[in-house]
Write a protein that binds this ligand. Structure first.
Ligand SMILES: [Zn+2]
Length: 261
């Protein structure tokens, strides 16, 4: 499921292939994935304009086009695919941007993501809903301030896009495991030492993952083992635990991440 580092990879991909190109039209092969207008409406708004430099906020890719802005959320299985040849699209290519010199295709097997349009002058949050600051930009002081307002569990707080944008299930588990914080600990009850550690690990995990355009499933990473049967902690060898937190399956080490009584 795409989180901040994956979308950061899509942003770079978009910049590499689509930035600066003239938009000739849009083919909505699955009209339901054009979320807040329809295929022809999206095409009319964009045709004849050029894509400008894309940005990202949380899990949203933001692609301005000389007035209107295209917003893409990748849901669970979304991705971008560029092709210079106009061949037959992939069965899961839902929306095709016909550009000068090729096509940028939004591909999504499970169809939880999609494409939104913000017309000129419309605030982007009208489309995305309220979003907290991007996780990449949140420093130690701001992190402490944001979490101090939350009485619920730390993992749920980290995954709440309105509080901090960009963190999902895998990223929150990886960061909490590195910082040795139990996922159900109270968000506003962390010591200064744990907050320091959380902030440090958050930035380490994001910076490293951004280079891979995903959370790397490398040796020494929780993400590398978490889905294996009988998975053990890469640090201490304890059998990893799982439970449902905020509707997602949290994975943690019962030895390193103890919940205070
Ligand atoms: Zn452990």
């Amino acid at each position: 499921m795409p989180e901040l580092p994956d979308v950061e990879g899509f942003r770079r991909y978009f910049a590499r292939y689509a930035e600066g190109r003239l938009i000739r039209g849009v083919r909505a092969r699955d009209a339901a994935l054009v979320r807040n207008t329809n295929g022809p409406g999206l095409g009319r708004a964009l045709a004849g304009r050029r894509f400008e430099k894309p940005s990202r906020r949380g899990k949203w890719l933001i692609a301005p086009a000389e007035g209107p802005t295209v917003l893409i959320h990748f849901g669970m299985t979304g991705l971008l695919h560029w092709t210079a040849a106009a061949g037959e699209p992939h069965p899961y290519d839902r929306i095709v941007f016909e550009l000068d010199g090729g096509e940028l295709r939004y591909r999504d097997m499970r169809k939880f993501g999609g494409v939104w349009l913000a017309r000129s002058g419309v605030p982007l949050e009208d489309v995305t809903g309220p979003l907290g600051p991007d996780a990449m930009t949140v420093d130690r002081e701001q992190l402490g301030e944001l979490l101090s307002r939350r009485r619920g569990g730390i993992k749920a707080a980290l995954m709440d896009q309105r509080l901090i944008a960009g963190i999902g299930n895998l990223l929150s588990d990886e960061v909490l495991w590195r910082a040795r914080i139990h996922p159900s600990r109270r968000a506003n009850g962390l010591s200064r030492r744990l907050l320091d550690s959380l902030s440090r690990e958050l930035h380490y995990v994001i910076a490293t993952s951004n280079r891979w355009a995903r959370i790397p499933a490398e040796p020494g990473w929780l993400t590398g083992v978490r889905d294996k049967r009988g998975a053990r902690c890469p640090r201490c060898g304890a059998r990893l635990r799982r439970s449902t937190v905020a509707g997602r399956t949290a994975c943690w080490c019962p030895r390193d991440q103890r919940k205070p009584a």
